[in-house]
Design a protein around this ligand. Structure first.
Ligand SMILES: Nc1ncnc2c1ncn2[C@@H]1O[C@H](COP(=O)(O)OP(=O)(O)OP(=O)(O)O)[C@@H](O)[C@H]1O
Ligand SMILES: [Mg+2]
Length: 249
């Protein structure tokens, strides 16, 4: 199995009003090329902090991350063009239309105009927003915003997509649509890395699941093996077993 991401002894300590918070504590793992990988764990487990380091938004305190062979922190300019990020808090411009939001992203990544037009047309159709291209996104529903954010993160055709809680707060139908899209990207050869607190999604849709708790990696395996190892019937049970926490929603 070829690795596309290598995380080694990764630690992040925040200084918050004189107090040190170890958000990520000596974590090591690989993400395989072409897999759907997810991170689960209670609030404050360190999932978003790992994401921020993998996507070059913040620097590790110690340890290292290689993304497609490039070192996060030292070769960020090489990493940024090959990754797409759908953040936990969506970042669309409400005073721009859907089309303008997508063009803005495409221009940020220097996507050639013709290629961009083709991709935008293709993706808008894929998420059923082709009739809303000229509407301001400020008036969009939550599900429409989520769908647009997802495609705005792939306008530059990244190899790896990072998705922080892509389906939180969405209705079941929109969650399904988002997942269909994720699988579609995966069949195009993209590696997907996301966080979720919907255990059923992680169970059904992911090749491997990493369980985080208080900055530590507690387990990493296929959903099936995680269930076998802790003698659990569901990922919910695995989660409770490893973290001592109930599922929040
Ligand atoms: N910029 C920051 N400054 C100080 N502390 C931070 C900062 N960012 C995160 N933390 C702390 O680091 C820890 C891990 O936070 P993180 O956001 O990575 O958790 P998470 O697993 O993504 O949680 P959630 O499920 O709520 O999204 C928490 O204790 C959080 O308060
Ligand atoms: Mg988070």
């Amino acid at each position: 199995m070829e690795s596309i991401i290598e995380v080694r002894n990764l630690t992040k300590v925040f200084n918050s009003r004189g107090r040190k918070i170890t958000a990520v504590n000596d974590v090591s793992f690989d993400v395989n090329k072409g897999e759907i990988f997810s991170m689960i764990g209670p609030k404050g487990a360190g999932k978003s902090t790992i994401f921020a380091m993998m996507t070059t938004l913040i620097k590790p305190t110690s340890g290292s991350i290689k993304v497609a062979g490039f070192d996060a922190g030292n070769e960020d300019d090489r990493i940024r063009p090959i990754i797409g990020i759908v953040p936990q808090k969506l970042s669309l411009y409400p005073d721009l239309t859907a089309m303008e939001n997508l063009e803005l992203m495409g221009n940020l990544y220097d996507v050639p105009k013709k290629v961009m037009e083709e991709r935008i047309g293709y993706y808008l159709k894929l998420v059923n927003l082709e009739n809303h291209a000229d509407r301001f996104t400020g008036g969009f529903s939550g599900g429409m915003k989520q769908r647009l954010s997802v495609i705005s993160a792939v306008i530059h055709d990244p190899q790896i997509i990072f998705w922080d809680e892509p389906t939180t707060g969405l209705d079941p139908q929109t969650r399904q649509a988002i997942w269909k899209l994720a699988r579609k990207f995966n069949t195009e050869g993209k590696t997907l890395i996301f966080t979720t607190h919907y255990m059923d999604e992680a169970d059904k849709l992911c090749d491997r699941v990493a369980v985080m708790n208080t900055g530590k990696l507690m387990a990493l395996d296929t959903p099936l093996n995680l269930k076998k190892t802790s003698n659990s019937a569901s990922l919910e049970d695995v989660f409770i077993h490893l973290t001592g926490e109930e599922i929040r929603d």
